[in-house]
Design a protein around this ligand. Sequence first.
Ligand SMILES: *Cc1c(COP(=O)(O)O)cnc(C)c1O
Length: 390
Amino acid sequence: MPSPQDPPVSRAGHPPAFVTPPSVPPIWQTTAFDLPDLEVLQQVGSGQATGHIYTRDSNPGHTALAETIAGMEHAEAGAVFSSGMGAIAAVIMSLCSTNDHLLVSRSLYGRTLQLVRRLQSQFRLQLTEVPIGNTAQLAGLIRSNTRLCLVESVSNPLLEVADIGAVAAALPSIPLIVDNTFTTSELLRPLDHGACAVVHSASKYLNGHGDVMLGTAAGPAELMAAATETASLFGQNANPFESWLTQRGLRTLPLRMRQICETTRGLAEYLNQQAAVATVHYPLLPDHASYETACRLYPQGTGGIVTIELAARGREAVSRFMRAVPELPFSPSLGDARTTLSHPASTSHRFMDDDERTAAGIPDEMIRISVGLESLEQLQRDFDRGLAAV
Ligand SMILES: *Cc1c(COP(=O)(O)O)cnc(C)c1O
C-alpha cells in the first residue's frame, strides 16, 4: 500500500543534473517544457532566451535536425515536418494566398500534384503545370501574382532531370522550391544552383531505413520560420522519435548514397542488356532524354532509382515477376536499405485516368526500382530469376 508520505508517482522520472552528457542526444519525448516563472516564458516566447515551450511549436530534437539539414543544404535555416507532404504544404501555404499563381512541374510526385490541384479547386490558387525541361518557355508563364515555382531535382518514375540553374535563371524574381528527395544534398545542393528553398521527404533516403515519416525544408530563415508557424497551426509538426531516427539515419547518408549510386549505375547497364526488358529509364544511360543534363549535374550518379518497362505487356507480366522474386518486395515507397519495387500505374499515378497516364508515359508493364544496399551481384541474380519468369 503506498503511504500518503510517498512521493507521488505522477511527479516521478526527472533525473538529477549530470556532468557527463549522453554520447547520443536523447529523444526529447515530451509534450511541453516546464516554465520556472513568467519572465522565462516571456524570454523564450520572444526568442531572447533559448528554450522550448510546446512540442507542436518546437522541440530540441527538431531544432538539432533542422540545423543539420540547413548545414547539408548550404541554407540559412532548416525546418522539420510530419512528412514530406507536410513540408511541401507548409512551404506553399507560407508563400501563397488565395488568387496567387503557382508554376509547377507537370511531372511532380503524384501526391504533390494532387495537393496543388486541391489548392486550385478548393482555395482558388491559380496553377500552371509545365514541362520543366522547356526552360525557354518558363519566363513567358510568369504572372504578376506568381509566388513560386515548384520542381523536383529528378522526377518519378521517368527520372527527368531538372536543370535547376537554368530554371532559376529563367525565373529570377520567383522563389524556386526544389523537392530534392530523390537525389539529396549528397548529390546536388539546389541552393548552390540558385534555388530559394529545398523540401524533402525524409521518409526516403535521408532516414534511409524505411521506418520513418518525416519531412524537412531548408532555405531563408524568414521562410523557414513562417513554414514552422504554419505547420504548428495546421498540425503538420514532426514528432520527437521520428526526428531522432532521422538524425541517426543521416549519419550514414554519405556512405549509403555513394554505394547506392554505384550499384544503381551497374544495375541500369545490366538491365539495358536484357531481352526481357524493353526500356530502361536511367539518366546516365546515353539514350535518356536528360543524359547531358545528368552528366553535367550528377557526376556521382542520380541516386537509387531506375525504371524499366518489361518487354511482355500488361499487368500480368508484372505479377509474374512479383511472384517469382518475393525477395524484391513491391512497396510503395523508396530509399529503403533494401531494394524495393513499385508499380507506378497502380500506386503513384493511380489517380490518373488511362489517357492521362498514357500521355504521362506510364504503361502497365512499368516497374520502378529503388536500389538498396545489396551487392550488384545479388541484385543481378534476383532480376535474372524475375525476368526469366516474365
Ligand atoms: C515520398 C515523396 C513525397 C512525399 O513525402 P512523404 O514523406 O511520403 O509525405 C514528396 N516528394 C517526393 C519526390 C517523394 O518521393
